[in-house]
Design a protein around this ligand. Structure first.
Ligand code: GLY
Length: 352
C-alpha cells in the first residue's frame, strides 16, 4: 500500500493549494454530509483552488454509510463527468472519509482522493491508514478496501464546531495511541485538561497521535500483525457499543475508553501492566467519560458479543491486544470466560 502524506496544517489554504497542485486532475469533486456542508464547507468554499469544485452532499451518520449512499456518490460522479483523472476531496467525519474513500477506491477501478477530516475521531483514526468501506447486511464496515488517501489535511480549526462529547470520543483513540507508544506521550494525554481545551496544544497532540498510527500502519498496512495494536480497548469496547445499541447508543470513543479500562485490567492480570498506570488511566476516563451502566445479569450478553467479534482468530477464542507496559504491545492474547467476568467485576467496582 502506498504511503499517504499527512499534513498537520499551519496554514490550511496554502497547505490545500499545495496538496491539490501535486495532483494532475481534470475535475475536482467535494464530498460532504449535511452537517459538514452547513458547518465546514462555507469555511473553505471561497478558496480559489475550490472554485470549480462540484459538490456532492450525502446524509449524515452511520445510518447513511450504506450501499444506497455509495451508489448515489457513484451516480453523481458518473453524471458529472468524472474520469479516472478526477480527484475526490472528502470533507467530514469518519463516515464521509470511509465512504468517500471507498467510492474513490472503486470508481473506474480507483481515482485519487484527499481527506479533510472534521472530527477528532476521523483526524486521529478514520482518515489515516487507508481503511475505507461501508456497512452491509447489518455489519459495520463489512465491505471495503485498503486504499490510502493521497493526502490527509488535519486542521483543528474544524473542531471548534464540534460538541464536547465528540471531542471526547476522538480523544479516546488518542489515549489508545498514547498507551501503545511512549510514557511521555501517554502521560501528557492523561494530564490534559478536557474542560478548558487549549486548541493549539491539542493540535500538537493530534500531530503526535497521528504519527503513532502512521508508524504502525507503515509496518503492517494490511493488519496481519502489529497493526492489531490499534485494536487495544476495542474487543470489550465493541461489546459495550453493541450492548448500548439495544438501549441507548453511545459514541464509539466512549465505548473504547471504557473498553480500555477493562483491557488494561486484563493486561495487569496477564501481561504485567503496571497497576499505577492502570489507575491513572482509569481515573482520567472515569472523570471525563463517566461509565456505562450494566449489572452482572448482563455479563453473559457482553461475553457473547465478545465471542462474535470479527477480530477473533478462531471460533470460541476471544482475541485481545494487551500491554506489558505503555508501549509494550502484546497482540493475539486470549482470555477465559472467568477472566472476562473478572474484568467486568473490576469495571463495575472501580467505575461505579
Ligand atoms: N482503526 C484502526 C485501524 O485503522 O487499524
Amino acid at each position: 500500500m502506498s504511503k499517504q502524506e499527512v499534513i498537520i496544517c499551519q496554514n490550511f489554504a496554502e497547505d490545500l493549494r499545495k496538496a491539490l497542485a501535486k495532483q494532475s486532475f481534470d475535475k475536482l469533486f467535494v464530498l460532504t454530509d449535511e452537517h459538514t456542508q452547513r458547518l465546514c464547507w462555507p469555511v473553505i468554499a471561497q478558496l480559489d483552488c475550490l472554485k470549480e469544485a462540484v459538490s456532492i452532499c450525502i446524509g449524515p451518520g452511520d445510518i447513511h454509510k450504506n450501499l444506497e449512499t455509495l451508489a448515489y456518490v457513484w451516480n453523481r460522479l458518473c453524471n458529472e463527468g468524472a474520469t479516472r483523472r478526477s480527484l475526490l476531496l472528502n470533507l467530514g467525519g469518519g463516515m464521509v472519509t470511509d465512504l468517500g474513500g471507498f467510492a474513490a477506491a472503486t470508481f473506474k477501478r480507483g481515482i485519487p482522493y484527499i481527506n479533510i477530516p472534521t472530527t477528532l475521531l476521523s483526524m486521529v483514526d478514520a482518515s489515516v491508514g487507508g481503511k475505507t468501506g461501508i456497512n452491509f447486511n447489518g455489519l459495520k464496515n463489512e465491505i471495503g478496501a485498503f486504499r490510502p488517501a493521497e493526502t490527509v489535511l488535519i486542521d483543528c480549526q474544524f473542531l471548534r464546531t464540534l460538541d464536547h462529547e465528540n471531542i471526547l470520543s476522538g480523544y479516546a483513540e488518542m489515549l489508545k495511541h498514547g498507551l501503545i507508544s511512549r510514557v511521555s506521550h501517554w502521560s501528557e494525554l492523561v494530564s490534559f485538561d478536557m474542560e478548558a481545551i487549549d486548541y493549539d496544544r491539542l493540535q500538537q497532540l493530534v500531530g503526535e497521535s497521528v504519527h503513532v498510527k502512521e508508524e504502525i500502519v507503515e509496518q503492517d498496512p494490511f493488519e496481519h500483525g502489529i497493526r492489531k495494536a490499534l485494536n487495544l480497548g476495542h474487543t470489550v469496547g465493541h461489546a459495550f457499543e453493541s450492548f448500548a445499541l439495544q438501549k441507548r447508543p453511545v459514541l464509539h470513543g466512549y465505548a473504547v475508553a471504557w473498553g480500555m479500562v477493562c483491557e488494561l485490567y486484563l493486561s495487569a492480570l496477564k501481561t504485567g501492566f503496571p497497576k499505577d498506570r492502570l489507575h491513572q488511566t482509569l481515573h482520567f476516563i472515569k472523570e471525563n467519560y463517566g461509565r456505562l451502566a450494566f449489572t452482572c445479569d448482563d455479563y453473559e450478553t457482553l461475553f457473547n458479543f465478545m465471542k462474535h467479534d470479527k477480530k477473533n482468530l478462531s471460533a470460541g477464542t476471544i482475541n485481545f491486544t494487551l500491554l506489558g507496559d505503555v508501549g509494550d504491545i502484546r497482540i493475539n492474547q486470549t482470555a477465559t470466560q472467568e477472566e472476562i467476568y473478572e474484568l467486568l467485576d473490576f469495571y463495575s467496582e472501580t467505575m461505579g
